[in-house]
Design a protein around this ligand. Structure first.
Ligand SMILES: *[C@@H]1O[C@H](CO)[C@@H](O)[C@H](O)[C@H]1NC(C)=O
Ligand SMILES: *[C@@H]1O[C@H](CO)[C@@H](O)[C@H](O)[C@H]1NC(C)=O
Ligand SMILES: *[C@@H]1O[C@H](CO)[C@@H](O)[C@H](O)[C@H]1NC(C)=O
Ligand SMILES: *[C@@H]1O[C@H](CO)[C@@H](O)[C@H](O)[C@H]1NC(C)=O
Length: 297
């Protein structure tokens, strides 16, 4: 299998390698990638038409860096094994312009295999306009519209079925959904949604792309800026906080953190492998593995 050997060459950390081999070898074969675009047919989950009962579409852009190969491959696994009956969800990894030759080649390989990468016209930087470039570029570069666009960090674990079911009853227009800051606040109409992962309806993404307000206000903490644009433009009348189902990993961020809970939509600040493993175990992610003579886990 060509893609497996490519992966193996790319990985250098032995811990990651071990986890990766386990997940990939065991899980790749029998499980479909419901929302990974295929190279011939991008922006469809599968070659089959969207499942019946599809009620909305969501693009999740994970803003990350080209060098974070390990995290990206891990997130591909984590997201590709989640089954989603009622929504079309695509996960893509979002970078600024790539100039390094090695990165260009490796990313080209990933695109050939997964076609889940978006490279924006910007310079990689935390607080200097990547989020603005992301939202404002999408209406121009995407071949189709989505009902919702999400921006997510690469240190957040999103439980896609829970996210989808929490979005399902919400308005498809003028919507701003996420983890409202400050930490203790439960009022989504004050403050702004944390950059861990927030959702905008498509009309707001188009507004960001065309309005002068965000264009003139792109430097500073990216999540805070988005809230300010929407407030200044008198936009996003529909605001919802995912609390308490969205939170920071226990003990990592004061009142933004709490214990893992069964109803979780997203856990943020997963920086270390032990934290990721704890989360995967807590949510029984690998419990569905069937017995087989081929392995004994
Ligand atoms: C990329 O951005 C730069 C600076 O904003 C601009 O001058 C250039 O034309 C853009 N390139 C493309 C291909 O859009
Ligand atoms: C852009 O922002 C600056 C500083 O906040 C302000 O002085 C200027 O009037 C703004 N321009 C537009 C077109 O809004
Ligand atoms: C995980 O499985 C255990 C044992 O079956 C169960 O008690 C627990 O509620 C499950 N956890 C979640 C988050 O579903
Ligand atoms: C496990 O076995 C059941 C029953 O045969 C099957 O429906 C299910 O798809 C299997 N799960 C996996 C992950 O292969």
């Amino acid at each position: 299998m060509k893609h497996r050997s490519i992966f193996l060459v790319l990985l250098n950390s032995s811990v990651v390698l071990a986890i990766f081999v386990i997940f990939f070898v065991l899980l790749n074969a029998p499980i479909k990638f419901p929302f990974m675009a295929s190279p011939e047919n991008s922006f469809k989950f599968d070659k089959a038409p969207a499942p019946r009962g599809t009620q909305f579409s969501l693009l999740i852009g994970v803003l990350t860096r080209p060098n974070n190969f390990d995290r990206r491959h891990f997130l591909r696994l984590v997201y590709s094994i989640q089954f989603l009956p009622v929504a079309e969800v695509e996960v893509k990894f979002v970078f600024c312009s790539v100039t390094n030759r090695e990165q260009k080649i490796l990313l080209a390989l990933e695109i050939l295999r997964f076609n889940d990468i978006i490279i924006l016209n910007c310079t990689e930087n935390m607080n200097s306009g990547k989020t603005y470039t992301y939202f404002s570029s999408l209406p121009v570069i995407l071949p189709r519209r989505f009902d919702y666009i999400m921006k997510a960090d690469d240190d957040v674990y999103i439980r896609l079925p829970r996210l989808v079911s929490s979005l399902q009853p919400l308005p498809r227009q003028d919507l701003y959904y996420g983890f409202v800051l400050p930490c203790a606040s439960m009022n989504p109409h004050e403050g702004y949604m944390s950059g861990m992962g927030f959702v905008l309806s498509w009309d707001l993404v188009e507004w960001i792309a065309s309005s002068e307000i965000p264009k003139n206000d792109t430097f500073g903490p990216e999540d805070k800026l988005v809230g300010r644009w929407l407030n200044t433009g008198n936009k996003a009348r529909n605001r919802f906080t995912g609390k308490p189902a969205m939170y920071d990993y226990p003990g990592t961020n004061g009142r933004c953190s709490h214990d893992l809970v069964p109803d979780t939509v997203a856990v943020h600040r997963l920086k270390r492998w032990d934290q990721w493993l704890h989360v995967l175990e807590f949510f029984n992610v690998t419990k569905e593995l069937n017995h087989s003579k081929l392995y004994n886990l």
